[in-house]
Design a protein around this ligand. Structure first.
Ligand code: MN
Length: 233
């Protein structure tokens, strides 16, 4: 087959302990999935999970031990960090029941759902889509994927983010409002999941702004750190 121009390269993420890479299909994100963050965003009570997406090429793939550059995006004066557990789907499916969800998980990674919070607030106010606030270039930093078998009991993991060595966010995966299995059940009722899909599962409280020069260090128990420096536009 001959294309009118070279197709974009396949976005992929390294796999811990393997020479093989995980080719990315789609990036789904869960909104407001920790009670303390839902409250800080003005929501009270359990509501059905809702989702948004980022383009696969919004990933900033950070190798183990590296400190990557994170370009400060255009059009915002309030770039927020959201530390999140990322679930990597290895086997697709539709209408997956929570009890079967574990069969579809390839592994886990540390991710950041970077957000143009000023634009998101404006879009919310106007009832408009969040794309410009969530799906911009470089909006989805991610570290290497750890295989399920090497990740231990992820439900017992701690999740945390430091900015310049000062802790901004800390919680436990156990505090997810919709746990990983329930999230896969809801998501796969709306879309046919495919191998290569990534799910950003939501962030705990403590989201806040970063500026050029800031060093972000995200961590989840057994998954290793995700480290980036915010670069001036
Ligand atoms: Mn988020």
């Amino acid at each position: 087959m001959t294309f009118v121009f070279d197709p974009a390269p396949t976005v992929s993420v390294p796999v811990v302990g393997s020479p093989l890479r995980f080719p990315v299909h789609r990036i789904y994100c869960v909104a407001r999935n920790y009670v303390d963050h839902a409250i800080e965003m003005g929501q009270i009570g359990r509501e059905a999970p809702f989702f948004f997406m980022k383009p696969a090429d919004a990933l900033v793939v950070v190798n183990a031990g590296d400190t990557a550059d994170l370009p400060y995006p255009s059009l915002t004066h309030n770039l927020h960090h959201e530390i999140e557990l990322v679930v990597a789907i290895g086997k697709g499916g539709k209408n997956i029941k929570a009890v079967d969800a574990h069969q579809h998980i390839f592994g886990y990674a540390v991710g950041l759902d970077m957000t143009r919070r000023d634009l998101q607030n404006e879009m919310k106010k106007q009832g408009r889509p969040w794309c410009i606030a969530k799906g911009f270039d470089h909006s989805a930093p991610i570290g290497p994927i750890t295989l399920v078998a090497d990740a231990g009991d992820i439900t017992q993991a701690e999740i945390a983010l430091q900015v310049n060595g000062v802790e901004r966010q800390r919680s436990q995966i156990a505090k997810l409002i919709w746990n990983i299995a329930e999230t896969i059940e809801h998501l796969s009722a709306a879309w046919a999941l495919q191998p290569g899909d990534l799910i950003y599962t939501g962030t705990p409280a403590g989201v806040g702004a970063v500026v050029p020069g800031d060093l972000l260090t995200g961590s989840i128990t057994a998954l290793g750190d995700l480290t980036l420096t915010v670069q001036a536009a």
